[in-house]
Design a binder for this molecule. Sequence first.
Ligand code: GAP
Length: 446
Amino acid sequence: MAKQKNTNDTMEKLVSLCKRRGYVFPSSEIYGGLISCWDYGPMGAELKRNLKNFWWNEMTNRRDDIEGLDAAILMHPQVWHTSGHVELFNDPMVDCKKCKARFRADKLEESRCPEKPSKSPIEHGCDLTEAKNFNLMFKTHMGPIESDDNVIYMRPETAQGIYVNFLNVKNSSRQKIPFGIAQIGKAFRNEITPGNFIFRTREFEQMEMQFFIHPTEDDQWFEYWREQRWEFYKKLGINMEKLRWHEHGEGELAHYAKAAYDIEYEYPFGWQELEGVHNRTDFDLSRHMEATRKNMEYKDERYEEKFVPYIIETSAGCDRTLLTLLVDAYDEVEIKGETRVFLRLSPKVAPIKAAILPLVKKDGMPEYAEKVLAEVKKHHKVFYDVSGAVGRRYARMDEAGCPFCITIDGQTLEDDTMTVRDRDTMEQKRMKTAEIIDFLDVQVNG
Ligand code: GAP
């Protein structure tokens, strides 16, 4: 079965599938929606949880040198002055004097003029102002009084929660350098031009890991983490031909980075960043040390001199990885003159691992299927469906991203075996309940 080539309307089809099958809904939809905000439905919430678990397992549970953390979103406002975000976390912005729209000056080709959404502001001949800096942090107030004295920020990255806890984690876990701290959590950016569904939003989740090292070892750890993160996407089942590296040039580097590489994916709207791997040097810890006078220097018996650790950061967007999984899995196949949609999600992350389908609604098959359901659901998320012709039920599950269908038929009642149909190969094998549980274990957990 040939994979369909991504075309411009793939995104429209995907957005519609996500709504239809309960993956992603527009936020506050009954009020007309809220631009760039999305809600994850039953299937989306499960997919996101599976993705986060996969990342967490790879980055913490399967390693001895990385600890987990879950820091607060709201932090002391001074953190963001110290980190440089208040001063430097800006995007250049331009206004159109004619249509009054606001665009990111460095993303004009990707932007759309609201007067002519098929064209970019340049193509439409917008009358643009000089670029001005626009700070991306959302501000709010802590407590009942709204004044400049109690401004706080919604964190624009989870990383700072890790840096301010460096000493706490090091001391409580007794980790020695080199070691890392990993965190998954929400981040907020008042993006000038959000868009492309869940690709660029103002509220999103990050999966970040900060690895603390000796300064002389930064190049080797940088290479190590680039390799690890590349392997991660291979393990996740992403089509590796659609991934590439992009090295940040001088002008592109964030204010904290000495070197940075992005892993880019080829989305239907072009090659775009999926994850960043950054050498942040001792920028963050040194700045926090200076601001708080807490000593962040490291020393153990292996080193002659104290040093402020360097940090190699791996920073992936959770929503963006989820979008990548969906785009990568979307497939259309012509079967008997009908276009059938398959969402070929890997069993590792698929929201539902198998559907349990009695062939017909009689002859004791539904009762048998319910018993199988009760057993299998102790181990895996499964779905029971008895309504409609079995072919229609298969098609529904294929489109919903379910990798296996288990069918209870006449033979089941005689020998306790059921057919297990593989969504991608269409192969069917007969298995008993215990074998099905083992089979799903291998498929889901590798
Ligand atoms: N701590 C470093 C950092 O935040 P970044 O390159 O600004 O680096 C890291 O962001 C990742 O977070 C990006 O590669 C992307 O996957 C995700 N991300 C950033 N801004 C986003 C947005 N507005 N919407 C969705 N994901 C975003």
